[in-house]
Design a protein around this ligand. Sequence first.
Ligand code: MG
Length: 402
Amino acid sequence: MPLTPYAADPGRSRGRRHPEAAAPTRSDFQRDRDRIVHSTAFRRLVYKTQVFLNHEGDLFRTRLTHSLEVAQLGRSIARNLQLNEDLVEAIALAHDLGHTPFGHAGQDALHACLKAHDAGSAGFEHNMQSLRVVDALEESYPDYNGLNLTFETREGILKHCSKRNALRLEAREPGGVARRFVEPLPAGPKWRQPSLEAQLANLADEIAYNAHDIDDGVRSGLLDLDQLDAVELFSQFRREALTIHPHLKDRRLLFDTIRRMLSAQVYDVMDATRAALENAAPQDADAVCQLPALVCFSDGMALQSTVLKRFLHANLYRHPQVVQTTQAAQQVVRDLFDAYMHDPAQMPQAHSDRFEGAEGVMSSHASDTKPERVVADYIAGMTDRFATREHARLTGSLAFAP
Ligand code: MG
């Protein structure tokens, strides 16, 4: 099926930071996706926490399976809306590459460590780190660091960015992927949007985690189905499932409810986005970016999705059991940070060399060449289980009960 005129077109890409000849059989966005799948950071996602720590059970989502679910939802919607599936997939598969071990707990701890070390530090942001992974930290290609992805994939990966980090990126790459966070539009909405494909990957992320966190929450025993009756987005499809299959129970009932809930959200995004596009009638992919976000839920679904999100925050992410493991995970990250800052030789040679090199150029003060950034990069790249083992090796204590 042909793509719409406002879909991202690899033939009109703003290109790569290091120019490369086109691949003979693949578009530039396909090539980005393939580079991401073959990267080291992508393989590590299999042992990184989504909500439940990796060692808590083999059946919970990990960052890898989460990213695959985001890619599936994103591609499905992209195909229907005649947007560029390959770009959506590339962004979806890369969007969480910068996550630390132990999910948001790990990220918060690492952010606090950087801030405590240097109050002027920009700290740690996972979107920035995902971009840093694909721009600088992967070491696979002969001529450059990073994966040398196209502008469009990189822009989609940088979903959010603090003003301060955006200014730093913009200084290094004027008019680049951070421009939309620092330069307001002259007319219309204040800020420029990324491509429809990036907007879609973003919304698919939300749809995916809302659904799978219910599944994992119930599977773990931290949530129960009766509690979920308070959430209309869930309970209406539970009723629907039971009307059609009155004897359905337990896991099959849960799965059927979530399946219906996912489908309803996917169809809702397709309809609402198609209506928004017809209404705004953008000329092309560039005009889209100067309009408010067009990939969206209907108002009704947006409200229902917010209610679900609030429910998960209150009942799952802040569940005492989750909070308890979160605190242990944060201690692991703090201890690792202190240990490596104190004795960089505890890191592998390449990292300790980089640390010593960074100490030697303290006068440059570019914050991503500082010694603490070397340590943060090393910790951020760890899987949950590697971080736990390193912690045990360095402190002699077990962070989590076996
Ligand atoms: Mg995600």
